[in-house]
Design a protein around this ligand. Structure first.
Ligand code: HEM
Length: 173
């Protein structure tokens, strides 16, 4: 108890208050990972004991695949799940560290991704540089509606069609 009060005070001194959670760029990355988790099917598991889930009998030694893609779009957990809306994380404590089973882009439990910190930092760095250094435009013949968000099917998910954009160097006047 004392420890948690102390750490709250320290974090208030560090970051000021009130502070929405988390900062906007992280919300965008969280929302991308909710809708498009690169590893759509987590590392396969094998059940040890017999159990029943949603009326289905899962016998011992059954290979279980957890679908992170579907979990992130479950309407029972998410309002308007197909909508890209980073704001949904503004006042929500749901994060990807494996404690919230409605959101598992890095998995959960013993096999959770050990590279979360590095992975998020790399995405943030790449995205920040792309947005800081360039304005991005569509090729002249292309309409916005033509951008396809279709994905390939499989354990690792990729864009089905490449995103073609024209970088225009951004120069501060
Ligand atoms: C945005 C980037 C990344 C995403 C979305 C991601 C996602 C995942 C997921 C979903 C799993 C399976 C977890 C489970 O089944 O519970 C996993 C496992 C793993 N990831 Fe990542 N990962 C990322 C970056 C990284 C990086 C940068 C590293 C290493 C530097 C890394 C190393 C690993 C390893 C070693 C495992 C296997 C863990 C095990 O099976 O015990 N990942 N990752």
């Amino acid at each position: 108890m004392i420890e948690s009060v102390t750490s709250r005070i320290i974090s208030n001194i560090r970051y000021g208050r009130p502070r929405p959670n988390p900062i906007p760029k992280v919300r965008i990355i969280k929302e991308i990972l909710r809708l498009y988790p690169p590893e759509a099917l987590l590392v396969p598991r094998e059940s040890i004991n017999h159990c029943k889930i949603n009326g289905y009998d899962i016998r011992p030694k059954t290979r279980v695949l957890v679908n992170a893609w579907t979990i992130g779009r479950n309407p029972e957990s998410w309002n308007d799940p197909e909508k890209f809306s980073p704001e949904r994380f503004k006042y929500s404590s749901v994060d990807y560290k494996g404690q919230h089973y409605e959101y598992v882009p890095f998995g959960a439990a013993r096999r959770i991704c050990p590279g979360i910190g590095l992975g998020v930092a790399m995405v943030e760095l790449a995205l920040a540089n792309l947005l800081y250094c360039f304005n991005w435009e569509l090729p002249s013949e292309m309409k916005e509606e033509a951008i396809s968000m279709d994905e390939t099917a499989g354990i690792i998910v990729d864009k089905k069609y490449d995103l073609r954009l024209v970088p225009v160097k951004y120069v501060l006047e």
